[in-house]
Write a protein that binds this ligand. Structure first.
Ligand SMILES: [Zn+2]
Length: 106
């Protein structure tokens, strides 16, 4: 993303791989949000090299997340779901969708 980088480095003390998102602080709040979400997408999708497909994926992720924020602000959908279905139900369903249980092999 223009004006941002996602740095990958090793922690000198622990040797663990760390990532850091750096962006141009002169951007407005919406641009900063899009930049951070875009770079976050590269991290969670484990992109390791620049590619057109990777940029499209990260951009789509960022815009989708921003759309969810707009929907939440306007319609309070998340609050409604939390009040009607309950927090634990929602979290359980989200986790199941993101991390489905391993398929049993018969
Ligand atoms: Zn990118």
């Amino acid at each position: 993303m223009d004006g941002a980088v996602c740095l990958v480095f090793r922690d000198k003390e622990t040797g663990e791989q760390k990532r850091m998102i750096a962006y141009n602080d002169s951007r407005n709040a919406a641009e900063v949000m899009q930049i951070i979400l875009h770079e976050f997408a590269h991290i969670i999708m484990r992109h390791t090299q620049q590619s057109v497909n990777g940029e499209v994926e990260a951009t789509c992720f960022a815009l989708t997340m921003m759309l969810f924020i707009i929907i939440e602000r306007r319609f309070h959908l998340g609050q409604t779901i939390m009040k009607t279905a309950g927090k634990f139900f929602l979290l359980k369903e989200i986790k199941k969708e993101l991390f489905p249980p391993a398929q049993e092999t018969a």
